[in-house]
Design a protein around this ligand. Structure first.
Ligand SMILES: C[S@@+](CC[C@H](N)C(=O)[O-])C[C@H]1O[C@@H](n2cnc3c(N)ncnc32)[C@H](O)[C@@H]1O
Length: 209
């Protein structure tokens, strides 16, 4: 959908990419701190924006490769400008049509999956891109239970799929994942929804076999 690409091309140029990094940074860091990166691993960030998570993960000693994919060319250009390590790589593509290359131990996505044309197709692709035993961490602030964020769709005027926690779990299960969820709240934040609901992380685990 042209609107999504155009909107995020604009955000890449007007400072909103960095604003997202600031806005999402706290809860994402809190979540990632709970993940053990104690073995060599490869990582993919779907809808990586300016690449801030890709860069953070590349700092992990056991990280072999940290890749970001985004459908906005301007976001990918920003990310490439900020490259700090040889482990980083950025791909300009829709997740749905990204060429299957190597498979990943971890796939991550923050505030991106609800913009795709079809969540079912994107999840099927992400499932395929994971190694057996691999995990997909999907963070969203925009979900039905979090009533304050539901109005974002009117403000953005682009395609945004609004679903409840229960529906997100079902999407993941239908794609073949074992599923867990975690809400990361920011108890000191000025915004009520950040204190009361926070970021919903849906964790999809692909079976070993
Ligand atoms: C709200 S931004 C979040 C960026 C970043 N994850 C962050 O937290 O700062 C959503 C990003 O998802 C990207 N995106 C949307 N649909 C996509 C798709 N189908 N494939 C790849 N990227 C997509 C957009 O271009 C945009 O950069």
């Amino acid at each position: 959908m042209g609107g999504v690409r155009k909107t995020f091309d604009e955000w890449a140029q007007n400072g909103r990419a960095e604003l997202m990094e600031e806005e999402h940074g706290g809860n994402v860091s809190k979540f990632l701190e709970s993940i053990s990166f104690d073995r060599p691993f490869t990582f993919l960030d779907v809808g990586c924006g300016n690449g801030w998570v890709v860069r953070e993960i590349a700092k992990e000693e056991n990280c072999k490769k940290s890749i970001g994919v985004d459908k906005s060319k301007k976001m990918i250009m920003q990310a490439r400008k900020k490259i700090k390590s040889k482990k980083e790589e950025y791909i300009h593509a829709d997740i749905e049509s990204m060429k299957n290359r190597e498979k990943f131990d971890f796939i991550f996505s923050m505030e991106s999956l609800y913009y795709v044309d079809s969540i079912e197709i994107a999840l099927k692709k992400i499932y395929k891109l994971l190694k057996p035993g691999g995990q997909f961490f999907c963070g969203t602030d925009f979900y039905t239970d979090n009533k304050a964020t539901a109005r974002w769709a009117n403000m953005m005027k682009i395609q945004m799929h609004l679903h409840s926690k229960k529906e997100w779990k079902e999407f993941f299960e239908n794609a073949g994942f074992n599923v867990k969820t975690k809400n990361i709240k920011d108890l000191k934040n000025k915004k009520k929804w950040k204190r009361e609901y926070g970021t919903l992380f849906i964790i999809g685990i692909k079976s070993e076999k």
